[in-house]
Design a protein around this ligand. Sequence first.
Ligand code: ISE
Length: 342
Amino acid sequence: NELRIAVLGVGMMGADHVARISSKIAGARVAVVNDYFTEKAEELAASIPGARVVVDPIDAIADPEVDAVLLATPGPTHEKQLLACLEYGKPVMCEKPLTTDVETSLAVVKAEAELGKKLIQVGFMRRFDNEYADLKALIDSGDIGRPLVVHCAHRNPAVPPHFDSAMIVKDSLVHEVDVTRFLLDEEITTVQIITPSANTNAPAGLKDPQIAIFTTETGRHVDAEVFVTTGVAYEVRTEVVAERGSAMIGLDVGLVRKSAPGTWGGTITPSFKERFGQAYDTEIQRWVDAVRSGAETGNFVDGPGAWDGYAAAAVCEAGVKSLESGAPVAVDMVPRSSIPGA
Ligand code: ISE
């Protein structure tokens, strides 16, 4: 029962997933490729044995020879496509965001809950990164005691020209939002975004870097520096300070080399594709395994779901408001218990 996957949206992430499924993932193949630009889909499908193009995204989801869907389309199209996945009973791996606003994210959570089946997984890939998984396991072991403070740094060498200040929150900081909820196992209740003097090398008007401060339900503190125009490399670091110790990931100390003329150091990954390559591989393999055994287990996800996508949207909305005012903004979200099955 090889899983026949339809990949919708073959921009950078979608094309990367097509290559991954075709070369590294066991038990699955790309059966259908779809993109708003049909030619792009045609070109990619031609290089994948057994893959064909379906021009309309909803037709691709409904296709009887498609068992599961990987959504890497632009965020604004997600709501309709996710609801179609639910309607046709197709398990779906949805790249972030779940949807582009809180209301539609909540509507998706409710639609899935009403169906009574978990079909939606959200692509917060950091949870599958070996370093983050180790950090989570360490916290859960209780060995360093209760975490009190988390410090994060998230740096990109560059971002595309259309990237604006709110996208730094919704597209980049959203990963620290999910990491916080994953590591601390509780919701974020307030967000403040501070904008220090902007990088003079950033496009005019871009508030970069940004410092985010989250407070959680039990009053724990998280701070994150997000800096997306460093011109250097891709760096993601997280340090957890707990009652009996601390732990840090993302130190880039894999290989430290010493060489002439008296320099030492290693390499830093150029982008998230390399830094989180292992995480994406693990994420997709585990999703494929969960979907393949879903008929027996009744569970088609192995990782963050629609609720996590909704929570991230709610936190980011508060973040975007704080970006305007500079003041802390309370996160407005419904309690999980108000949606049975969510
Ligand atoms: C991008 O969309 C990602 O998801 C990357 O992980 C993040 O580092 C980058 O800032 C985002 O634009």
